[in-house]
Design a protein around this ligand. Structure first.
Ligand SMILES: C[S@@+](CC[C@H](N)C(=O)[O-])C[C@H]1O[C@@H](n2cnc3c(N)ncnc32)[C@H](O)[C@@H]1O
Length: 367
């Protein structure tokens, strides 16, 4: 699967249907989706967090502790971009006193009181599915990631099956559809035909990590010999443009300024702090920049394999203030190690520039 298809916002409006649980762990990725999409529909356990954040009373046993700040951030991003966040209006519920008894309840009614009477939500209800179905007709791109059900077992997958049918219909209206995770892929499997436009990946966790802006540790461990498959055509609008790489790009302000001033160059920030990368990617998406991108990675070991696949020329590399505590002996060569210097020297075009700045130190040995 081309992971960057998820980040590509050329087809709009774009909606993400997001299920599953664990809001806190997924928060950076959810924030990124909120900054890229034109609508979010939360299903699965994640929807309880959102309902709670929007002021709907939700029983505390359904709420993830410590996620309040991240939930409110998501709501704020959506609010600032004026995009809707939808959540289930009704739910299939199971009575724990009688395993055979399944009933549909209004979400608000259930989440505030009925839990204490032994009812447990298991899947999204028919009104919710109808709502999704009517909404989807106005979207040109749909991402479905994570299960719709609440107990995360295969047992009650009515919602997933019906959502699969809704998406299959949408695919016939030339809507781009990306399916991520076992539930989404399984629900649509067998329904697709030649007119369908699915991109599918069963491996949900890889996609969540990607959305957090991370190069996966397993891949990074393979280090400099690993051939990174960066889909450059999705990252930059014109991959024939020369590339400028900033290593340890931090908050990205330098590259943002450069990318604004130099439209004829492409800019790539390599930064190991994942949170900073997610924030930068959000800003890239909201600014609609197509000559700027950020990756979360340890550039010391991955620079070579990332940059060597770039179709155009590497024209400039900068490393600015690599270590804030540079004066400490043990940190001195943390980032700028031999393997990085050699990779930069090998890949930089003839007459290309390398520059390193440090507030405490300046280096000219690379020139
Ligand atoms: C002192 S900050 C400077 C940030 C920015 N270049 C500036 O001048 O404002 C150093 C940055 O380098 C990042 N960094 C350190 N080692 C790195 C590595 N091996 N690969 C990628 N980023 C790294 C740190 O996470 C940090 O954000």
């Amino acid at each position: 699967m081309q992971l960057l298809k998820i980040n590509d916002t050329t087809r709009r409006p774009y909606i993400a249907i997001i299920g599953g649980s664990n809001f806190l762990r997924k928060a950076p990725a959810l924030h990124l989706l909120a900054s890229q999409c034109d609508g979010l529909f939360l299903v699965g356990k994640l929807s309880f967090q959102i309902m709670n954040g929007l002021g709907i009373p939700v029983s505390s046993c359904l709420i993830e502790k410590n996620a309040t700040k991240e939930v409110l951030q998501l709501i704020e991003i959506a609010h600032n971009r004026n995009i809707p966040i939808y959540y289930p209006t009704d739910l299939w519920c199971l009575n724990s006193n009688n395993n055979e008894q399944l009933e549909i309840f209004d979400s608000a009614e259930l989440l505030s009181g009925l839990i204490s009477l032994g009812w447990t939500p298991v899947d999204i209800g028919p009104s919710t599915l109808e709502r999704i179905s009517s909404l989807l007709s106005s979207y040109k791109k749909i991402l479905w990631i994570g299960p719709t059900s609440f107990d995360l077992t295969e047992e009650f997958s009515v919602g997933a099956t019906q959502l699969g049918q809704i998406l299959n219909k949408a695919s016939h209206n030339s809507c781009d559809i990306i399916l991520v995770g076992g539930a989404a892929c399984k629900a649509v499997k067998g329904m697709s035909d030649s007119s369908s436009q699915y991109t599918a990946s069963e491996n949900e966790s890889i996609v969540w990590e990607f959305l957090k802006g991370r190069i996966l540790p397993g891949i990074a461990a393979l280090d400099k010999s690993y051939p990174y498959q960066i889909p450059w055509d999705d990252v930059f609008s014109d991959t024939t443009q020369p590339l400028f790489v900033d290593i340890g790009s931090g908050n990205g302000l330098f590259l943002f300024q450069m990318a604004r001033n130099w439209e004829g160059l492409n800019f790539l920030g390599l930064e190991m702090n994942e949170k900073l990368v997610v924030r930068c990617l959000q800003d890239v998406a909201s600014a609609g920049k197509r000559n700027l991108y950020f990756l979360s990675t340890n550039a010391t070991s991955t620079f070579r394999s990332i940059v060597s696949s770039y179709p155009g020329q590497l024209t400039l590399v900068s490393i600015q203030c690599p270590n804030p505590d540079f004066n400490k002996e043990q940190n001195r060569w943390r980032m700028v190690r031999r393997m990085l210097v050699e990779a930069v020297a090998d890949l930089l075009q003839v007459n290309g520039k390398r520059s390193i700045y440090s507030r405490t130190w300046s280096l000219s040995c690379l020139e």
